[in-house]
Ligand binder design. Structure first.
Ligand code: 5AD
Ligand code: SF4
Length: 459
C-alpha cells in the first residue's frame, strides 16, 4: 500500500483488516458544539460504517472513540480534556482502544501541543477539512503507526461522503465551510479557514436525494450563509440558492443558519417570504446592542442597520419570528453598553436568545484587550438578561393562543403520551399524540403558552 491510495481504497483496506475479526468492532463518535460539527459527525459515522464498524453511545464499550470537538468557548474545550482524562482509564482496561480527536480543537496549536505533552494516549487527530482522511489515518494506526495526526489544512471537504444521519426526517446540509469575518472574539476563522462554498449542483443533488428519501426538514448550514457563492466563479447568491432549493419537489421545509446581519438584508426577507418551503423564522445573531461594542467586535453593522432588516420583516409579517445570539461581558463592556443590549431585546422581542458569557480565545484580537470587568459582574448581567428574555417570551408567546400551527413532530415529550415539535416560527410546541406521528407534519391548535414553549391540541 502507498500514499497514492484514494480514500475509497483506504476504506476497503481497513474494512479488509476489520472483516478478519471475530465480531465487528464498535465506534463511539461524540460530537460537541454547533450543527456543522454534528453534520461532520454523521459523515465520520458514514465512513466508519463502511469500514465495518458498529456503533455505541458508551465510550467504555468502544474500540474506537472519536471526540469531534468545538473550540468556540473555553468550557467546551475543558470538557473535552476532562473526557479524554476519563478515556485514559478506559484505555488502561482495554489497551487496543483507539482514541481520536477531530473538529475545531484539532486546528489549535496549543491543543496539539497539550495533546502531545499530556495526552500521549490519543492516537488519531484530524482537522475539520481532513474528514475524508480518516480512513488513511485509521489504516496507518491499525498498521502499527504510533500516532496519526493530520490537522493544518483548509481544503474543500470531499463531496459524496457516505453519511449515517442522526435523524430519519431532519437533515443538515452544509452549503459552505469556513468564515472570512474575523469577529474579534471568535476563533472559528482560525480553525475552519476561509469561506469555501459548495457548488450549487452538489447541494441541489443532495437536497433532491433527501426529499426522495422523505426528509421533512432541510437545515442549510454555514458560518455565514449570506455570503454563500462569493468565492464561486458562477454567479450564485444565497437568495438564488434558496429559490433553487425551494423549487425541489417534495413536502419538506427549509431552515438555515447562521446569518450575518451585515449581509442579511431586505432581499433575504423578501426571498424567505416568496419561497413557500422556507420557514418564517430568522436566526440573526446580534451579539450586542451597543454600537461601540459592535465596532470593537468588528461586526460591521450598527444597531439601526440591524433594525432595518427586523423592521422590513415586521412591516410585512408583524410578528415575524427572530432569535439571536448575544455575548455578555465582551472585554470592558460598560454597564451602559449592557443596558443597550437589554433595550434592543425589548425593541426586537426575540422569541428566543442564545446567550453566552464572553470567553477569551487566545489567538483572537479580543484576547489582547485587558478586561476590567469582573466575572461576578458578568454573571449578574447574564442573570438579568435571561430574566428579561423570560419576560419577553412569556408575553409574546401569548400571541399564538388560538392559532393553528403546522408542526413537525420531533420527539416524545416529557409527559406520557405527549410529543414535541417545532412550528414554522421555530417555537417549541407540545401536544398529545401517538408516537407514530414523530417525523410527520401535524396541525395543532395552540391552547396555552409558557415562556419557552406553547401547548396545543392536534386538529
Ligand atoms: N465567547 C463567547 N461566545 C462566543 N461566541 C463565539 N465566540 C465566542 C466567545 N469567544 C458565540 C457567538 C456566536 C455563537 C455561535 O457563539 O454568539 O454567534
Ligand atoms: Fe465567528 Fe463572526 Fe465568523 Fe460567526 S461570523 S463564525 S461569530 S467570525
Amino acid at each position: 500500500m502507498n500514499s497514492e491510495m484514494t480514500s475509497a481504497e483506504y476504506i476497503a483496506a481497513v474494512s479488509d483488516i476489520i472483516s478478519k475479526r471475530e465480531s465487528p468492532p464498535l465506534a463511539c463518535v461524540h460530537s460537541y458544539g454547533c450543527q456543522l460539527n454534528f453534520s461532520d459527525g454523521e459523515k465520520i459515522k458514514g465512513m466508519l460504517g463502511k469500514m465495518g464498524y458498529g456503533f455505541t453511545d458508551n465510550p467504555e464499550n468502544a474500540d474506537f472513540v472519536i471526540f469531534n470537538t468545538c473550540a468556540v468557548r473555553e468550557n467546551a474545550e475543558d470538557r473535552v480534556f476532562g473526557n479524554l482524562g476519563f478515556l485514559k482509564h478506559c484505555k488502561e482496561q482495554n489497551p487496543s482502544m483507539i482514541i481520536g480527536l477531530c473538529g475545531c480543537m484539532a486546528g489549535l496549536d496549543h491543543v496539539i501541543q497539550k495533546l502531545e505533552k499530556s495526552y500521549p494516549f490519543v492516537d488519531i487527530v484530524f482537522g475539520t477539512s481532513a474528514l475524508d482522511r480518516l480512513p488513511r489515518l485509521l489504516y496507518e494506526k491499525l498498521n502499527g503507526r504510533k500516532k496519526a495526526f493530520d490537522t493544518n489544512e483548509y481544503n474543500m471537504p470531499a463531496e459524496g461522503l457516505e453519511q449515517v444521519r442522526d435523524s430519519s426526517f431532519k437533515a443538515s446540509v452544509p452549503i459552505m465551510y469556513g468564515c472570512n469575518n474575523f469577529c474579534t472574539y471568535c476563533i472559528v476563522p482560525y480553525v475552519r479557514g476561509r469561506e469555501r462554498s459548495r457548488r450549487p449542483e452538489d447541494i441541489i443533488k443532495e437536497v433532491q436525494g433527501l426529499a426522495r428519501d422523505g426528509y421533512k426538514e432541510i437545515m442549510l448550514l454555514g458560518q455565514n450563509v449570506n455570503s454563500y457563492g462569493n468565492d464561486l466563479e458562477e454567479d450564485v447568491t444565497f437568495c438564488g440558492l434558496l429559490n433553487q432549493i425551494n423549487a425541489v419537489e417534495g413536502d419538506f421545509i427549509i431552515r438555515f443558519m447562521s446569518s450575518h446581519p451585515k449581509d442579511a438584508g431586505t432581499e433575504l426577507i423578501d426571498t424567505m417570504l416568496e419561497c413557500e418551503k422556507v420557514e418564517r423564522h430568522l436566526h440573526l445573531p446580534v451579539q450586542s446592542g451597543s454600537d461601540d461594542i459592535l465596532e470593537k467586535m468588528n461586526r460591521r453593522y450598527t444597531v439601526e442597520k440591524y433594525m432595518e432588516t427586523i423592521n422590513h420583516a415586521r412591516n410585512i409579517v408583524p410578528d415575524f419570528s427572530f432569535t439571536t445570539d448575544i455575548i455578555v461581558g465582551f472585554p470592558n463592556e460598560s454597564s451602559e453598553d449592557f443596558e443597550k443590549t437589554l433595550e434592543l431585546m425589548k425593541r426586537v422581542k426575540y422569541d428566543n436568545i442564545y446567550s453566552f458569557i464572553y470567553s477569551k480565545r487566545s489567538g483572537t484580537k479580543a484576547a489582547l484587550i485587558e478586561d476590567k470587568i469582573s466575572d461576578a459582574e458578568k454573571s449578574e448581567r447574564m442573570t438579568r438578561l435571561l430574566a428579561l428574555q423570560r419576560e419577553i417570551s412569556t408575553e409574546s408567546y401569548k400571541r399564538f393562543i388560538g392559532r393553528k400551527m403546522r408542526v413537525l413532530a420531533d420527539a416524545k415529550g416529557k409527559r406520557e403520551g405527549w410529543l414535541t415539535g417545532k412550528s414554522s416560527d421555530f417555537i417549541i410546541v407540545e401536544f398529545e399524540g401517538e408516537e407514530s406521528l414523530i417525523g410527520q407534519f401535524v396541525d395543532v391548535e395552540v391552547t396555552a403558552a409558557k415562556n419557552w414553549a406553547v401547548t396545543g391540541k392536534i386538529i
